[in-house]
Design a protein around this ligand. Structure first.
Ligand code: NAP
Length: 438
C-alpha cells in the first residue's frame, strides 16, 4: 500500500488526489489535510462570490473526496500541529498544495497606513475567510485605489462597484454585503504601472465591468496605442484590449449615467502611500515602457485615496523544514520535486498564475513524478503507517480533526442559514464551524 499526504484541499490538492487515485487505484491511501475545518481553499475563499459557476468545480473535488481511499483531514495545520518531517515518516509521499495565501508587498512608504489592504486580506474579508473576517474596511470615503491590472484587481473593483441586488444568488458573506451596500465609494481608480497592451485581465472578466448596474468603466482614448499595433497581441489579450477600446469609445453622457466610475490609469507606478493615520492619497510616478518594462520618468503626482487595495500578486507561506525560495516566494523545487518524497504542486510550486483548470495538469503531472520515484526507488517504501499512524499521533496530541462527513454537516448548516436565493451563508470563524458539528 502507498501512503500519500496532500497538504491543502484547494484545486491543486484535489486534482492531485484524483490523479493519485487514477494512477494507483486500490493500492493507495490519500489523506488531504487542511488547516481550516472546511475544504476547497481558493474555491471557497478566493473565487469571487458572484462567480458561482466557477465554484461549481467543487462538485468534482467532492466526488474524489467521497471515494474510499481518499480522506479529508480538516482543522490540522501542517508545520504547527504536526511537522512536515513527522508527516514524511508516516507517508511515502508528501505533496504540498498550500497555494500562495500571503500578499506580496509593494515595499513603498506608507504601506501600513489605515485602510490599505492587500488583496489576500480584502478578498478574504468579502469571502468570509476566518483570518480576515474582522478586517472591517472603511468604505465611507468616495475614492478607492486598486493597484494592479490583473483579474484580482478586476474582482476587487467589481465587488466595490456592486450594491445588494447585484449580489443575488452569490455567497458573499453578510458582513461584506451590508458594508458594500452602504459604501460611499463612487470613484475606483485602477493603477497599472504599464500600458493597455500589458494588462493581465482576461476578456470574460474584463467584459463584466461593462454590465454593472451602478458603475461604468472609463478608459482614456489617448492612453491606447494605435489600433494596428493590436495585431501582434496573442488572441486573449487582443480581445481584452478590444474591450478597453469599446470602453474608451463610450460617450461621456452614457457612462456618466452610472454613479460609480471605474477609471483605468495606465503608466502609473505607486511610489508612496500618503496620509496621517489613515491613507489619503497615493503618490505615483509616471512611467514609460522600455523593452516591455516600466521605467520611471521622474514625473510624480498624487491620486486621492480613501481606501487602497493592492492586487499585485501573492506569496506562498513558508513551512518550517521545507526549503523555500525567498525571491520567488514559493517552495524551492525542481518541477515539483523538493526533496525525495517531498513535492509541491499548484501555486506553491509555480507561483500565483493561471486559472483553476491549470491545476489539473499540474496535479496529474506531480503524480506521474511520484509514480516514477516509486518505480526507480527514490521513494523507498518502508512499511510506513500512513493514516493509522497519523490517527495515533492525532489522538496522542489531542488534535480535533474535522472529517469530510463533518464538513457536510457544516455545509448543510451554512445552506440552512442562507439568505433567500443564496447558496449558503458561510461561517466566518473556526469556533462557529466546530460548534455546528455538535
Ligand atoms: P496577476 O495577473 O499577476 O496581476 C498582477 C498585477 O499587479 C499586474 O498588472 C502587475 O503588473 C501588477 N504589479 C505587480 N507588482 C507590482 C508593483 N510592485 N507595483 C505595481 N503593480 C504591480 O495577478 P492576480 O491578479 O493576483 O491574479 C493571480 C492569478 O489568479 C492570475 O493567473 C489570474 O488570472 C488568476 N485569477 C483568475 C480569475 C478568473 O479567472 N476569474 C480571478 C482572479 C484571479 P506587471 O504586469 O507590470 O507586473
Amino acid at each position: 500500500m502507498r501512503h500519500i499526504a496532500i497538504v491543502g484541499s484547494g484545486p491543486a490538492g484535489y486534482y492531485t488526489a484524483e490523479a493519485a487515485q487514477k494512477e494507483f487505484g486500490d493500492d493507495v491511501r490519500v489523506d488531504v489535510f487542511d488547516k481550516l475545518p472546511v475544504p476547497y481553499g481558493l474555491i471557497r475563499t478566493g473565487v469571487a462570490p458572484d462567480h458561482q459557476s466557477i465554484k461549481g468545480v467543487s462538485r468534482r473535488y467532492e466526488k474524489t473526496a467521497l471515494t474510499d481511499n481518499v480522506r479529508f483531514v480538516g482543522n490540522v495545520a501542517i508545520g504547527e500541529d504536526i511537522s512536515v518531517e513527522r508527516l514524511q515518516m508516516l507517508y511515502d509521499a508528501v505533496v504540498i498544495a498550500t497555494g500562495a495565501p500571503q500578499d506580496r508587498e509593494l515595499s513603498i512608504p506608507g504601506e501600513d497606513l489605515r485602510n490599505t489592504f492587500g488583496s489576500a486580506a480584502f478578498v478574504g474579508w468579502y469571502n468570509g475567510h476566518p483570518q480576515f473576517a474582522d478586517l472591517d474596511p472603511d468604505l465611507s470615503g468616495s475614492t478607492a485605489v486598486v493597484i494592479g491590472m490583473g483579474n484580482v484587481a478586476l474582482d476587487v473593483a467589481r465587488m466595490l462597484s456592486k450594491k445588494a441586488a447585484e449580489f443575488d444568488g452569490s455567497d458573499i458573506v453578510g458582513h461584506a454585503l451590508d458594508a458594500l451596500d452602504a459604501s460611499n465609494i463612487e470613484r475606483i481608480i485602477l493603477l497599472g504601472r504599464r500600458g493597455p497592451h500589458q494588462i493581465m485581465m482576461t476578456p470574460k472578466e474584463l467584459g463584466e465591468l461593462g454590465w454593472l448596474d451602478h458603475a461604468a468603466p472609463h478608459v482614456d482614448k489617448a492612453d491606447l496605442p494605435d489600433e494596428a499595433e493590436d495585431a501582434i497581441l496573442e488572441p486573449g489579450l487582443r480581445k481584452s484590449v478590444a474591450l478597453l477600446r469599446e470602453f474608451a469609445a463610450t460617450p461621456e453622457h452614457i457612462r456618466g449615467e452610472k454613479r460609480i466610475a471605474v477609471e483605468f490609469a495606465f503608466f502609473a507606478q505607486p511610489t508612496a502611500l500618503i496620509g496621517d493615520g489613515a491613507v489619503e492619497a497615493v503618490e505615483i510616478e509616471r512611467t514609460k515602457l522600455e523593452r516591455g518594462r516600466a521605467v520611471g520618468t521622474g514625473d510624480t503626482e498624487r491620486v486621492p485615496a480613501d481606501l487602497v487595495i493592492s492586487c499585485i500578486g501573492y506569496r506562498t507561506a513558508p513551512i518550517p523544514g521545507v526549503p523555500f525560495d525567498e525571491r520567488a516566494g514559493r517552495f524551492a523545487n525542481d518541477d515539483g520535486r523538493i526533496l525525495p518524497g517531498l513535492y509541491c504542486v499548484g501555486w506553491a510550486r509555480r507561483g500565483p498564475s493561471g486559472t483553476i483548470g491549470t491545476n489539473k495538469p499540474d496535479g496529474f503531472g506531480i503524480v506521474e513524478k511520484i509514480a516514477a520515484d516509486f518505480a526507480d526507488g527514490t521513494i523507498r517504501q518502508q512499511g510506513r503507517e500512513g493514516r493509522e499512524g497519523f490517527d495515533a499521533y492525532a489522538a496522542e496530541h489531542g488534535l480535533d480533526i474535522v472529517t469530510f462527513r463533518d464538513w457536510k454537516k457544516i455545509e448543510e448548516a451554512e445552506a440552512q442559514a442562507a439568505r433567500e436565493g443564496a447558496p449558503r451563508e458561510k461561517f466566518v470563524d473556526i469556533e462557529a464551524m466546530i460548534k455546528a458539528l455538535n
